[in-house]
Ligand binder design. Structure first.
Ligand SMILES: NC(=O)c1ccc[n+]([C@@H]2O[C@H](COP(=O)([O-])OP(=O)(O)OC[C@H]3O[C@@H](n4cnc5c(N)ncnc54)[C@H](O)[C@@H]3O)[C@@H](O)[C@H]2O)c1
Length: 248
């Protein structure tokens, strides 16, 4: 069995948030399974992590396919003998007024943002329970807590994910499973710098652009033993967006 703690990060190949979570966790000593439906992206993140002297392996994963999730869980157990943590970061956006979305769009955003995390939790839990416990962090959004025009269905999936987080924490807390959710604000990534400058100026309390490592640091804290008394909670990493009543 691996001596290091092992964490599966879904959507770990992501250019905005996923890569930051993997980088930070690996730098803090975790073995990270970078699991993504975009395998080349997962390979690139795992190579970057290994290049920095930390530990990561890429795996192909489609969170909407229970068989694919089972394969990743089985491969992780085969390779490392343990799963200590799961981060559900894979997600997609949808920008439409609520009633304008098609049933297919409704199903897709729910399948990836809500059912996917549930499937991953469902498949990973037996391994964690057999190992004596574990920690799960879901990636939500500020949209779980307030309405913004055209984010209606996306927001609904993230609010559902927050409720799922509390429920899992309640159902399995006595068996040493912690489950929390991180709600990112607008995260800076290549290509959105100009858009983000306006957002930072008008929709944040802090003048600081949020980076993917800021999300990674929050996730790493919640997974760590320093957070051993924290479960069922929501952590906003949003530079004050959610708590701000009026825009300038
Ligand atoms: N970027 C932001 O500003 C922001 C803000 C709030 C919340 N979020 C949330 O953060 C998470 C990461 O999103 P992001 O926009 O930063 O993207 P990201 O760049 O981190 O990439 C998301 C990754 O998920 C993968 N993915 C998508 N569907 C998948 C599936 N079914 N199975 C496996 N992998 C899949 C994609 O291939 C991609 O690599 C999402 O849950 C998103 O809702 C993002």
């Amino acid at each position: 069995m691996s001596e290091r703690s092992v964490c599966i990060v879904t959507g770990g190949g992501g250019v905005r948030i996923g890569n930051g979570i993997c980088r930070v966790l690996a730098a803090k000593g975790w073995t990270v399974v970078v699991a993504d439906q975009d395998l080349p992206a997962a390979v690139a993140v795992a190579e970057e992590v290994r290049g920095a002297g930390a530990d990561a392996v890429p795996m192909a994963l489609d969170t909407t396919d229970a068989g694919s999730v089972r394969d990743v869980v089985a491969a992780t157990v085969r390779e490392f003998g343990r799963i200590d943590a799961l981060v559900n970061s894979a997600g997609v956006g949808l920008r439409k007024h609520g009633a304008d979305a098609t049933p297919e769009e409704f199903d897709r955003v729910h399948a990836i943002n809500y059912r996917g995390p549930w499937t991953c939790i469902r498949e990973v839990l037996p391994v964690m329970l057999a190992g004596g416990g574990g920690s799960i962090v879901n990636i939500g959004s500020v949209h779980a807590a307030g309405a913004a025009e055209t984010f209606t269905l996306y927001a609904a999936t993230k609010a559902a994910l927050a409720a799922l987080t509390r429920g899992i924490a309640r159902d399995y807390g006595l068996r040493n499973i912690r489950c929390n959710i991180v709600h990112p604000g607008a995260v800076e990534s290549r290509g959105n710098e100009h858009l983000l400058a306006d957002f930072v100026a008008t929709k944040q309390m802090l003048p600081t652009a949020i980076e993917s490592d800021d999300i990674g640091n929050a996730v790493a804290f919640l997974l760590s033993t320093e957070a051993r008394a924290i479960t069922g909670t929501e952590l906003f990493v949003d530079a004050g967006t959610t708590a701000m009543l009026f825009e300038q």
